[in-house]
Design a protein around this ligand. Structure first.
Ligand SMILES: C[S@@+](CC[C@H](N)C(=O)[O-])C[C@H]1O[C@@H](n2cnc3c(N)ncnc32)[C@H](O)[C@@H]1O
Length: 222
């Protein structure tokens, strides 16, 4: 039996992937299973959401995609530098991927998602927040940046400077810890069905802080 706590390291130092889908991924899977248009899972890793959703699996790491079942549609590439036909997709899923992008890449990425989606299509996002145990020491600075009106208060150019976490080698050199305000701003003009914090299913206990470890968003293209 699969444990909800089981997790698998990525092969490229971009964190880990859980054996069970997080809350936003569950919503994506349910939506995708009913959707007649193609759907896409950005940064799918080993397919925890892409496989049950039947989505086109996208990842920048070829060896992750190689582990997927034969016959699944897959694209090796780096979001946002991808090309799908305008208005062709029913949904886009990005779970634990957007926090690897800079603010400018996020803005470009949201614009591209809007181009790819058909009217009524949805985006499902889950991302890491500053409210994870390894980043607790960064929270005061994060709040100061928010207070000062910084556009990207969670951008950390050198992850090693804000944490001594023993599993730091599993994180990329830079990280973009996201919060509800930044996600809402990125998707301004979309119909936001949900945006908020939660503790994702399968989160390792070593990351627990105050229940706001993940931030999620479901937005509909009007
Ligand atoms: C932390 S894992 C998350 C995997 C899975 N989505 C989940 O929720 O468990 C991040 C995955 O995204 C991929 N990735 C990171 N940045 C990416 C980008 N800009 N475009 C495509 N894939 C990316 C990594 O190779 C890795 O497989």
């Amino acid at each position: 039996m699969i444990s909800r706590r089981q997790k698998f390291r990525t092969k490229n130092g971009m964190g880990w992937t859980a054996a069970v889908p997080g809350q936003m991924s569950e919503r994506f899977i349910a939506f995708a299973q009913e959707c007649w248009r193609p759907t896409v899972d950005l940064g799918c890793a080993y397919g925890v959401a892409a496989i049950p959703a039947g989505a086109i699996a996208v990842d920048l790491e070829m060896s992750h995609l190689a582990a997927l079942p034969t016959g699944m549609a897959r694209v090796v590439g780096r979001f946002p530098e991808l090309a799908f036909r305008a208005g062709s997709l029913g949904a886009v899923h990005a779970s634990n991927v957007l926090h690897f992008l800079t603010g400018e890449e996020l803005e470009e990425g949201v614009q591209r998602m809007g181009d790819w989606l058909a009217p009524g299509g949805k985006v499902f996002v889950q991302a890491s927040t500053p409210y994870q145990r390894p980043f607790a020491g960064f929270v005061p600075e994060f709040k100061q940046r928010v207070g000062a009106g910084e556009r990207w208060p969670g951008w950390v150019a050198e992850t090693r400077l804000i944490t001594g976490y023993r599993r730091l080698h599993q994180y990329p050199a830079s990280i973009h810890l996201l919060d509800e305000e930044v996600l809402r701003r990125l998707f301004r003009g979309w119909e936001i069905e949900y945006c908020g914090y939660y503790r994702r299913h399968g989160l390792p206990a070593s990351l627990y802080l105050d229940g706001r470890e993940s931030v999620g968003l479901i937005a509909r293209r009007s």
